[in-house]
Design a binder for this molecule. Structure first.
Ligand SMILES: N[C@@H](CCC[C@H](N)C(=O)O)C(=O)O
Length: 301
């Protein structure tokens, strides 16, 4: 090689394999930290990986860790692009379940999250069904800043208001609207996510019920903004729609990225979610090379 072009001899670079996966376009960078107890992923580093301009880019960074104490196949840590940690991610749970099934050869696996153990099963058509656990309906469960009936919250912005809230292992509020096509998510999403009634912020869903078994849904995700799909948001939309008497206990939830089948099981109050999984690509990440996200030098016009 021409000496002038050789540049600096780089020190040994430690790279980390990653897998880019998605469920209905809700996309994830999946890192396997099971053999890497030394891997320290600070919120800033997680945000750097998730950055769509200077990192790999994703709606959530998913880190696989050992499931301590047994009873589950893996522990799944979930980070939003702003670095915050989430208790649940329905679409990522299906993706991780499919990885574990490939690894273990078993069609039934259990994914542990900070909100609980989620059993998942491969369906004959290639989709995965996850038991997302019980929908929690109390005001402390969501949580809300003070006591309210979670079926009707005194929150509104312009034409949207009166949401219902619940927890699917993470906080959700669903606003029912007559025509989803007329709604601009970024107009109300940011301030609703941070409404003072949500001390831990909330994922915000806008739902149009078109039939007792069909819901159109657009999501503004906490810590992520608009996404093509949100599995836990679809679960919350069905639970809240049923509580309002708008649907039965099962529905197809249609998101911008595609469809999820959701059931709120009567017997135990658990919410079941079925949908597809996909791998987009795999790669190697040099964590030390990633810049930590900084404020833009100037706002785009
Ligand atoms: N995409 C997810 C939800 C991810 C977490 C959420 N943004 C939160 O902060 O709770 C899903 O598919 O459920």
């Amino acid at each position: 090689m021409d000496r002038a072009c050789a540049g600096r001899i780089s020190p040994a670079v430690m790279t980390l394999p990653f897998r880019k996966m998605h469920g209905l376009g809700n996309d994830f960078v999946v890192l396997d930290a099971r053999g890497r107890p030394d891997l320290r992923l600070t919120p800033a580093r997680a945000a750097a990986v998730a950055d769509r301009h200077t990192g790999v880019g994703c709606d959530q960074l998913i880190v696989l860790e050992p499931a301590e104490g047994g009873g589950a196949d893996v522990f799944m840590r979930i980070r939003n692009p702003d670095g915050s940690e989430a208790g649940a991610c329905g679409n990522a749970t299906r993706c991780v379940a499919s990885l574990l099934a490939a690894e273990t050869g078993r069609p039934r696996v259990t994914v542990r999250t900070v909100s609980g153990d989620l059993p998942a099963v491969a369906l004959p058509d290639g989709r995965w069904r996850v038991d997302m656990g019980p929908a929690r309906l109390g005001w402390r469960d969501v949580p809300l800043a003070r006591e309210f009936d979670t079926l009707h919250l005194p929150i509104s912005r312009g034409p949207v208001g009166d949401p219902a809230a619940c927890s699917i292992g993470n906080p959700h509020a669903t606003f029912f609207v007559p025509d989803l096509s007329r709604l601009r998510l970024d107009t109300f999403g940011p301030s609703l996510e941070r409404d003072p009634l949500f001390p831990e912020r909330a994922n915000i869903g806008f739902a149009q019920v078109v039939a007792p078994d069909r819901i159109l849904l657009a999501m503004w995700e906490r810590g992520a903004g608009p996404t093509r799909a949100c599995g836990s948001g679809a679960c919350a939309a069905l639970v809240n729609a049923h509580r309002r008497g708008l649907t039965g206990r099962r529905a197809t939830v249609v998101l911008p990225g595609g469809e999820l089948e959701i059931e709120w099981r009567e017997a135990d109050g658990h919410v079941l979610m079925a949908g597809p999984v996909a791998t987009a690509f795999t790669g190697e990440l040099d964590l030390d090379a990633l810049p930590e996200p900084a404020a833009p030098a100037h706002a785009a016009a």
